[in-house]
Design a protein around this ligand. Structure first.
Ligand code: ZN
Ligand code: ZN
Ligand code: ZN
Length: 104
């Protein structure tokens, strides 16, 4: 079965028992523990900035990792959902900490 990375989707199919995610850029199956670092590696340096592989915007290199993490944070009415594994958190900060620990 193919697992789709669904960082933009706010409703369906969360908490799926997937362990790999297909990278939307290079189409490789990536272990979900390393998905965020994998995406971070796709960034292209451009002077002091890095071009985000997900939204193509230029981000300062100090902000870049944090910027990529935020692409995996999904806001639901009263909680924040990890776009990779579907766990929910009451604050964006705890979700970002989870993303750093569990997916990088
Ligand atoms: Zn990739
Ligand atoms: Zn981006
Ligand atoms: Zn997660």
């Amino acid at each position: 079965m193919e697992a789709q990375l669904c960082y933009a989707c706010t409703d369906q199919n969360y908490a799926r028992p997937v362990t790999t995610v297909k990278c939307t850029i290079c189409k490789k199956e990536v272990d979900w523990r390393h998905v965020v670092s994998h995406y971070i590696d796709h960034g292209k340096k451009s002077g002091n900035d890095v071009v985000c592989p997900i939204c193509n915007s230029k981000v300062k290199s100090q902000q870049y990792k944090h910027h990529v993490r935020q692409h995996f944070a999904v806001k639901r009415e009263r909680s924040y959902i990890c776009g990779i594994c579907g766990r929910s958190f009451i604050s964006i900060r705890s979700l970002i900490v989870h993303i750093m620990k569990a997916h990088e």
